[in-house]
Design a protein around this ligand. Structure first.
Ligand code: F6R
Length: 369
């Protein structure tokens, strides 16, 4: 059942190219437009939407944080992302023009369910992005877009996360398409890029041996920090979450721009810091700023583990360890940059003798608030 892998998590990491392709399947027509008829919210209702609110927990919340960048960029609709467990307790401002997106792999997470019930009580439309057919969250939503990751058994979410990103991007592009925003022409280009992502992930998976070796060499460490910027910031949060839940290590993700506002005080000799580097081609200003951050933390003793695009030579002098990922458009980078972090956490957990598929104190679906 584990298909020759030692753990379900490894199997599910390896299944990601297919999971991504399956989630795109049948949703793009021959002309390169999106066909999301399955989303039972009419085009006229979608044209009325003036705010998007994403609610989710854990890894699904990180997918939501990344989706915000895509939704606002492609649709120019303001988008908020909130932890489902916080949402209803602050009396959020919602009305009929608010589209609430609830992201959940299991479809049974109580916090997310309570958040969507609250949203519907206020008259908002709720679209579920879910991996489990017929589960409670899609049943109670106005509409659902299923991720087609297949069953995820390991407690730590991997392939579901990548497909949540794909689904969120499809929703963002679809909103752009039905509303005819100025990004309309860009949609076709993005759809083409999205359809290449599966093979990019495949290439990342082929180069993971050095990441495993590095993870094993860090098994005795107490703390690992993660830095990112723009869409790389939620990737840093996700890398840290994976390490906490699997390796039981102290791991924290920071927005790189926040370093000087506090976290840089944590840097000490030989502290491993994973840095997710933005593409030097897209927002090159951010790329250059993160290169300076690498200089700053290295000068204070950090051991940098750098995830950077192929061909990005500017990072080389500041990388103690360099993990290459294929060049992708900025908004799609999280889909390739997350993969080495999954492998890293899984290998560290193994090296520390932890139960990879069933981490202590955790359950696959959290059906209590
Ligand atoms: C992390 C993880 C959890 C879940 C969270 C939400 O690897 O698995 O953080 O992402 O409990 O679960 P779902 O997506 O089922 O609502």
């Amino acid at each position: 059942e584990k298909g020759g892998y030692d753990y379900f998590m490894l199997k599910e990491i390896a299944e990601q190219p297919k999971a991504v392709a399956d989630t795109l399947l049948g949703r793009i027509d021959a002309a390169g437009s999106l066909t999301l008829d399955e989303v039972r919210i009419s085009a006229s209702e979608l044209r009325e939407v003036d705010k998007v609110v994403i609610v989710a927990c854990g890894t699904a919340f990180h997918a939501g944080l990344i989706a915000k960048y895509a939704i606002e960029h492609w649709t120019r609709i303001p988008c908020e992302v909130e932890l489902a467990s916080e949402f209803r307790y602050r009396d959020p401002i919602l009305d009929q023009q608010t589209l609430v997106i609830a992201i959940s792999q299991s479809g049974e997470t109580m916090d997310t369910l309570m958040a969507l019930r609250h949203a519907r009580e206020q008259g908002s439309k709720v679209l579920a992005i879910c991996n489990t057919n017929g589960s409670t969250i899609p049943r109670e939503s106005d509409a659902v877009l299923y991720t087609h990751a297949g069953p995820e058994v390991a407690v730590a979410s991997t392939k579901a996360f990548l497909t949540q990103l794909v689904a969120c991007y499809l929703v963002a592009l679809y909103l752009g398409q039905v509303r005819g925003t100025k990004w309309g022409d860009e949609i076709h280009v993005v759809i083409r890029d999205l359809s290449h992502i599966g093979s990019d992930v495949e290439r990342v998976l082929e180069t993971m041996e050095p990441v495993r070796a590095l993870a094993r060499s860090l098994a005795h460490k107490n703390t690992v920090l993660f830095l990112g910027r723009h869409v790389g910031y939620p990737v840093a949060l996700e890398g840290a979450l994976k390490l906490k839940e699997l390796a039981y290590m102290h791991a924290e993700g920071f927005a790189a721009g926040e370093l000087k506002h506090g976290p840089i005080a944590l840097i000490e000799d030989d502290l491993p810091v994973v840095v997710v580097v933005p593409s030097p081609r897209g927002r090159s200003v951010l790329h250059d700023k993160i290169v300076s951050n690498m200089q700053e933390i290295r000068a204070r003793g950090a051991r940098t583990i750098v995830i950077a695009e192929e061909g990005d030579e500017a990072v080389v002098p500041y990388a103690d360890h360099l993990i290459r990922i294929p060049a992708t458009p900025t908004l799609l980078q999280p889909m390739v940059a997350t993969v080495p972090l999954q492998v890293f956490a899984c290998e560290l957990a193994t090296a520390r003798g932890n139960e990879v598929d069933q981490p202590r104190n955790l359950a696959k679906s959290v059906t209590v608030e």
